[in-house]
Ligand binder design. Structure first.
Ligand code: NAD
Length: 480
């Protein structure tokens, strides 16, 4: 069992209280590691180190293209350790091994993408008048805090950390208490490259202690958060007290909208994959299926048939669906399914699963819920499990109304061969990302990602995320 340490100012540390938290393998309930229970004092040390590094010549003299090279080095280290990292992520989160590999590959791409961007964010010159030159530069914000959730730990860490460092900031990461293993490996990689101490720091601990201390710290200059609406709001409130900007990515209740003219085979695969990936524990999970009414029976039958073929089992066995992260998340899903049994009809799944030799894992059948009201909490709330709710619509307008009928607006899938209809829906649906005849575009490292409405604000991924980690300075110079 690994005894993990935090990484602060280039040193490997226990928490100041010397307490530890167990890390559990969701596939079988075994303890696989322990982490320091970092608290405010530890976070303060990490922020201090990051601030000192940010203000040092050692870091500010590193040229943008050299920062890019450092990020390429991290990408290369992730690539060299791909097998080990994929297994670690798989064991830690409980996701099927092939999905663990996909996450590692995405992390490599984030570090590469932002490595390439490091020396390419240009400023502007603005025409004012003769004898006055006005230019705009983008400067790093300073110390950036990154609060990481447990569902995609290495990907979510990589996307914001790489962008922040590319722009010349320093970083304090607070990994999720359930899934700290790959973040610790990334810290090891930063330890191995020639980068000033304090540029990258990793603290572990509970959200209410370490996370809260980070988001409320007066010397943090930006907070990036992914997780629940409730915690995101608390993080934003804490940061606002120090007039610190936040980027919030808070999940969704994303619809897949299926028309009768779709390519049925591709739509079925897209719809199924969108809800079972990472056992539905995905912010962008396609958790609502909206089907054109005349086509409902035909399409739903195909989806139900696919659900019946899906396999459930331990993460390393790479079945279609792995375990749920922990008992709390599992109980939340079971409660929603129990409600669905009362309010509607279970069209597939609906049962807990016991796996031989993994009896302490939290397994559940991928489930389809039909005939629930659009007002029901099943239709409105993020279940964060492999549970798909089905609704029907008569025409384009009803599809749009249904798609927009939740507090969220993260991702939407539209399945149709009619290009005009696809454009109409893309225009009218309140969603940060729209996919037509696909769902996710294979990861979308380069595409802006984030939410409308309660799915959050600010954008991660792609070029646009670089703006989170820079501030704008305008310089006006008068000359004769
Ligand atoms: P959470 O939002 O509480 O935790 C996410 C991260 O925030 C973790 O690192 C946690 O330690 C930290 N945190 C917790 N309380 C904090 C606080 N007061 N201040 C600062 N940081 C804090 O999520 P959870 O409890 O792990 O899961 C609950 C629900 O959240 C899930 O069922 C799901 O609906 C949602 N969720 C969404 C995403 C997503 O990708 N959008 C990810 C994880 C969880």
């Amino acid at each position: 069992m690994e005894k993990i340490k935090m990484y602060v100012d280039g040193k490997w540390l226990d928490s100041s209280n010397e307490r530890r938290i167990d890390v559990i393998n969701p596939s079988n309930g075994e303890i696989i590691a322990t982490i320091p229970q970092g608290e405010a004092r530890d976070v303060n040390d990490a922020v201090k180190a990051a601030k000192k590094a940010f203000q040092s010549d050692d870091w500010s003299s590193v040229k943008p293209y050299e920062r890019g090279r450092l990020l390429y080095e991290i990408a290369e280290k992730i690539r060299k350790n791909r097998d080990e990292l994929a297994k670690l992520e798989t064991i830690d989160v409980g996701k099927p091994l092939s999905q663990g590999y996909a996450d590692i590959d995405a992390s490599i791409r984030y570090f590469e993408f932002y490595a390439g961007a490091a020396d390419k964010l240009m400023g502007d010159t603005i025409p004012i008048e003769d004898g006055l030159i006005d230019y705009v530069v983008r400067e790093p914000v300073g110390v950036t805090g990154h609060i990481i959730p447990w569902n995609y730990p290495i990907q979510i860490l990589s996307r914001s950390v790489a962008a922040a460092i590319a722009m010349g900031n320093t970083v304090v990461v607070k990994s999720a208490e359930d899934t700290p293993l790959t973040a610790t490996k990334i810290a090891e990689f930063f330890d191995q490259i020639d980068i000033p101490n304090g540029v990258f720091n990793h603290v572990t601990g509970y959200g209410y202690e370490a996370g809260a201390a980070l988001s409320s710290h007066p010397h943090i200059n930006h907070v990036t958060f992914t997780g629940s609406v409730q915690t995101g709001t608390a993080v934003a409130n804490a940061a606002t007290k120090n007039v610190v900007p936040v980027t919030l990515e808070l999940g969704g209740k994303s619809p897949n909208i299926v028309f009768s003219d779709c390519n049925m085979e591709k739509a079925v695969e897209g719809v199924v994959k969108a809800i079972i990936q990472n056992a539905g524990q995905t912010c962008s999970a396609g958790s609502r299926l909206l089907i054109e009414q005349s086509f409902k029976d035909t399409f739903l039958e195909k989806v139900v048939d696919r659900f019946k073929e899906l396999t459930v089992g331990p993460a390393l066995e790479d079945k279609d669906v792995g375990p749920i992260l922990n008992e709390k998340q599992f109980n939340q899903i079971v409660n929603f399914i129990d409600l669905a049994k009362e309010e509607g009809r279970i069209a597939a799944g609906g049962n807990q699963v016991t796996i031989e030799n993994a009896e302490n894992g939290f397994y559940i059948e991928p489930t389809i819920v039909d005939k629930v009201s659009t007002k029901s909490s099943i239709a409105q709330e993020e279940i964060f499990g492999p549970v798909l709710s089905v609704f029907t619509f008569k025409d384009d307008q009803e599809a749009i109304n249904l798609a927009n009928n939740t507090d969220y607006g993260l991702v939407t899938g539209i399945w149709t061969q009619d290009i005009s209809r696809a454009h109409l829906l893309a225009n009218r649906i309140d969603s940060g990302q729209i996919f037509v005849n696909n769902y996710g575009a294979g990861g979308g490292i380069q595409m802006p990602f984030g939410g409308y409405k309660k799915s959050g604000f600010g954008r991660e991924k792609g070029w646009i995320a670089l703006y989170n980690y820079t501030q704008v300075k305008n310089v006006a110079i008068k000359y004769n």
